[in-house]
Design a binder for this molecule. Structure first.
Ligand code: ADP
Ligand code: MG
Length: 319
């Protein structure tokens, strides 16, 4: 694609300095990167695009934006129990704003350093601001969505609802104190990919995914892939303190339906309940018969929660 004048040089200045870590035989600068694949196991790859005005506010802080863009991709690797190795970056920029680029590159390379993942290439084009990252990782014990069985317990790796509660603050739709705003930005822009949890549950868990769109909706993907249904006890959901503080009345709904927390949802056989408990996780529900349809009766609420009911429940989440 054509490039805006000067953009090519600027990008090279900002991104070619990326340190080249494990397995990088040849990094940025040639037609392709050359990567040394591990001798055993499998490579895992995933890609996410963030479009300004759709996935983030156009004026979002570039440092934080870069952090989030890379973290959500690494979260997909965590969900498969893959160790992050490499990533590429496709950047579409409306103009060559060197201040923006400097901050974006700092956020990106700092995050890359934290997770030990190397930027090995990309593409730079002119157009409406959009950020695409592709990650590649390595796994010996992949966690998939299709291995769950009736009777398995359901777990989440950590508290839910913080990012959804933070969203109005991040979008500047809600005024809060400086310290709460920082907490909200932390929850939304710095999600923690659950790499250690994935590693700890691999070999025990029968399925897993990362919660990007909300627990109930994402659990539906496990149900569909595994041909089971789910029963969740809403009262046992771990609710993020920030959700309780920012949205006490809707905290349970935010935890059940709100997205962007990037905790893992996983399942494990009932017989492994003590083993999983020792890792620090308590069941929030169990898998039941359900064929390929996703039906989730929620303990304590009357009736069945089917797709339509989840839609209704989700609409409750929106203040
Ligand atoms: P080509 O024209 O051969 O496709 P480019 O001019 O697009 O190559 O890129 C030259 C080199 O710079 C390649 O190694 C490419 O991977 C790298 N590159 C381009 N844009 C980026 C970017 N945004 N981040 C990282 N590397 C990039
Ligand atoms: Mg080329």
């Amino acid at each position: 694609m054509s490039k805006a004048p000067g953009e090519f040089e600027i990008i090279r200045d900002y991104f070619a300095r990326a340190p080249q870590g494990e397995g990088v035989a040849l990094g940025i600068g040639d037609d392709c990167a050359l990567l040394q694949a591990p001798v055993s196991g499998q490579l895992a790859t995933s890609m996410d695009t963030l479009v300004a005005g759709r996935h983030f506010p156009a004026g979002a802080d570039p440092f934080m934006l870069a952090s989030r863009a890379l973290r959500v991709n690494i979260s997909d690797l965590a969900a498969m129990n893959a160790r992050p190795l490499w990533f590429t970056l496709a950047l579409t920029l409306p103009d060559s704003d060197s201040v923006w680029l400097e901050k974006f590159a700092s956020g990106l390379l700092e995050t890359a350093g934290k997770f030990g993942v190397s930027l090995v290439g990309g593409d730079t084009t002119a157009g409406p601001l959009s950020i695409t990252i592709q990650v590649i990782g390595h796994t010996e014990k992949p966690l998939r969505r299709d291995g769950a069985s009736v009777g398995d317990n359901i777990y989440v790796s950590g508290p839910l609802g913080a990012a959804a509660a933070a969203l109005p603050v991040v979008l500047a739709e809600r005024n809060v104190t400086e310290s709460v705003r920082r907490e909200a930005e932390q929850a939304f822009y710095f999600p923690e990919p659950q790499l250690e949890t994935a590693n700890a549950i691999a070999g025990i868990a029968t399925s897993a995914l990362d919660i990007s769109d909300g627990l109930l909706g994402d659990l539906g993907h496990i149900c569909k892939a595994s041909g089971v249904a789910a029963e969740i006890n809403l009262e046992s959901l771990p609710i993020a303190p920030l959700a309780n503080r920012l949205a006490a009345d809707t905290a349970v709904e935010l935890a059940a339906c709100g997205g962007d927390d990037y905790q893992l949802c996983f399942t494990a056989p009932a017989a492994a309940v003590d083993q999983v408990r020792q890792l620090g996780f308590t069941p929030i529900g169990k898998l039941v018969e359900g064929g390929r349809r996703y039906i989730a009766p929620i303990t304590g609420t009357p009736g069945l929660l089917n797709r339509q009911a989840i839609g209704t429940f989700k609409s409750l989440c929106r203040p």
